[in-house]
Design a protein around this ligand. Structure first.
Ligand code: UP5
Ligand code: MG
Length: 191
């Protein structure tokens, strides 16, 4: 992709049910971002019967990570078809391999990464209460998602932390309380 330095990328990271999607909705409303959830893009690819649909569905059911080239392609397409220059990446990159594939193909460094820090038992409770028919919202898949998160996502968070780009948020409490912790993270960017 042609580098466009006007583009701003903010990444939301955190385990399953840590509240990424819920907080994104507020950030979109307050700061005018375009919300790009990799999980939503993948779920859309399943429902539109794309060539990789069956593979994506199985991977999500197992709580594993879809091959990077598939996800990166969907993200690139979404960026290119948007007129906005501010993006919130929700739940991506979620492995070092994801991050490297993204850098190779899209090449726009994230400005900063918000990490939603939430205890496991709270994340499990939220996911199992969601009740929106997601194929991965069952106890077995949630356990696998948590395992994958710890093994593969935490190194990405560590990477951004070493670059001084990590902003850790206490993701317990009400959605309002959490958003009041998120807000100051954006103040420096005068959005
Ligand atoms: N809720 C939210 N905030 C609350 C609060 N403060 N108090 C009480 N309840 C709260 O929240 C989850 C639930 O909790 C909701 O019902 C909400 O109302 C409530 P949500 O905001 O949806 O949390 P979020 O962190 O977005 O949880 P989600 O389950 O979406 O996280 P995941 O990271 O697991 O899901 P995602 O959609 O990103 O990925 C799903 C799968 O897709 C992955 O497991 C993987 O298989 C695949 N995937 C890839 O392979 N590659 C990618 O790059 C992305 C996804
Ligand atoms: Mg989500």
């Amino acid at each position: 992709m042609q580098r466009n330095y006007a583009n701003r990328i903010f990444v939301l990271s955190g385990g399953p049910g840590s509240g990424k999607g819920s907080q994104c909705a507020r950030m979109v409303e307050t700061f005018g971002f375009t919300h790009l959830s990799a999980g939503d893009l993948l779920r859309k690819a399943i429902s539109s019967n794309s060539e990789n649909g069956a593979m994506i569905l199985n991977t999500i059911k197992e709580g594993k990570i879809v091959p990077s080239e598939v996800t990166v392609k969907l993200i690139l397409k979404a960026i290119e078809s948007s007129e906005n220059d501010r993006f919130l990446f929700d739940g991506f990159p979620r492995s070092e391999e994801n991050r490297m594939a993204y850098e190779r193909v899209v090449g726009i460094e994230p400005d900063f990464v918000l990490f939603f820090d939430c205890p496991e038992e709270e994340m499990v409770k939220r996911v199992l209460n969601r009740n929106q028919g997601r194929v991965d919202d069952n106890i077995d898949t949630v356990k696998e998602r948590l395992k994958v998160f710890t093994a593969l996502n935490l190194p990405v968070i560590e990477y951004y932390s070493e670059k001084g780009k990590l902003y850790k948020i206490d993701a317990t409490g009400t959605e309002d309380e959490i958003f009041e912790r998120v807000r100051p993270a954006f103040a420096a960017w005068r959005l």
